[in-house]
Design a protein around this ligand. Structure first.
Ligand SMILES: Nc1ncnc2c1ncn2[C@@H]1O[C@H](COP(=O)(O)OP(=O)(O)O)[C@@H](O)[C@H]1O
Ligand SMILES: [Mg+2]
Length: 307
């Protein structure tokens, strides 16, 4: 079997772990840089002209900066090669508001959230919120783009700045204990690893990238179910789901398609890269069989209907 990991220019240790595990399992392993892929006659090609569709598996690791191009590449490959995520999930999960909408529709608990492109539009909501509130940029990650305000007067300058950046403003209710959240790494129908993250002193963002520390925990049945359902609702076979334990139970705050797994690998002492590779190999075998059988079913059906 052949696999191509499709990622950004710069390889992080986690990308090297994925390549190492891929080499143990597949006959051919390629790391392709997204900007090097070109599309010719509707076919995504690598630098030397190899079609991406000639790989049994394309493993997209699409960062926010390549969201649109990554989506187009994956859309053109859909149904032709196995990918652990849907093309749409790239667009949805790189937008925090779209993510919450999709989760809400699936009946998953999320924080109350509001969106406006102007401060004027947000003012009536600010008056009625409980404080602190959370203010987010739609496309932030690693804690960058998440801010907190203690009162309407401390929120307003932040909202003004976001409006000045010509970005939509996302306002969210504050849930749970300040500086604590849970990261569930979902692979297929399981939570493969989970950790509780605690923010650095004086910080409310629990991200490891923002100085937080992770500690392995076992999720409750309810949380496990919520994490798996969230990944499924978003079209993610592999996902990092961020959950906060709120007063009324677990609340999903965010989902990550391009999941960073260095922190969770260390905190849980789980070889997450190996589990991801086992999963894609297993799923690709099933999807290959399905793709082979589908035309036979179609032919039989056509014969039965005398077409
Ligand atoms: N609604 C919220 N209530 C309380 N804390 C939050 C809320 N949303 C985010 N946080 C804190 O901020 C961190 C970063 O937020 P998140 O939405 O996951 O963005 P990022 O993509 O930057 O990780 C979370 O890990 C959590 O600690
Ligand atoms: Mg997060």
């Amino acid at each position: 079997m052949k696999i191509c990991i499709l990622g950004s220019r710069e390889k992080k240790p986690q990308d090297l772990w994925l390549l190492e595990e891929a080499k143990k399992r597949f006959d051919k392993v390629t790391y392709a840089q997204i900007p090097d892929v070109r599309i010719q006659d509707g076919e995504p090609l690598l630098l030397k002209g190899t079609p991406l569709s000639s790989y049994d598996i394309v493993f997209p690791r699409i960062p926010r900066t390549y969201r649109n191009y990554g989506y187009v590449i994956c859309k053109l490959l859909e149904g032709r090669t196995y990918m652990p995520i849907t093309p749409e999930s790239i667009i949805v999960t790189h937008d925090k508001f779209l993510t919450l909408l999709k989760l809400e529709k699936a009946g998953i608990p999320t924080p109350l959230s509001y969106l406006s492109s102007t401060v004027k539009g947000m003012k009536p909501i600010l008056k009625n919120m409980k404080y602190p509130v959370v203010i987010k940029l739609l496309q932030g990650s690693l804690g960058k783009g998440v801010m907190f305000a203690e009162s309407p007067s401390s929120a307003l300058p932040i909202l003004d700045t976001i409006e000045g950046m010509k970005q939509p403003i996302m306002l969210e209710e504050f849930v749970g204990t300040p500086g604590e959240d849970i990261r569930a790494l979902v692979i297929g129908h399981e939570v493969a690893a989970s950790m509780k993250r605690v923010a650095e002193k004086g910080e409310r963002r629990a991200n490891i990238g923002a100085g937080g520390t992770g500690r392995k925990i076992r999720l409750s049945q309810e949380m496990t179910k919520i994490a798996i359902r969230s990944a499924k609702a978003l079209g993610l076979g592999i996902a990092g789901i961020d959950i906060i334990e709120g007063k009324k139970g677990p609340v999903v705050i965010e989902a990550n398609v391009n999941v960073h797994f260095e922190g969770i690998t260390h905190a849980t002492e789980t070889n997450v890269a190996a589990l991801m590779m086992d999963y894609v190999r297993h799923e690709a075998e099933i999807s290959k069989k399905d793709r082979l059988i589908a035309p036979i079913f179609k032919a039989v059906e056509e014969m039965a209907w005398g077409r």
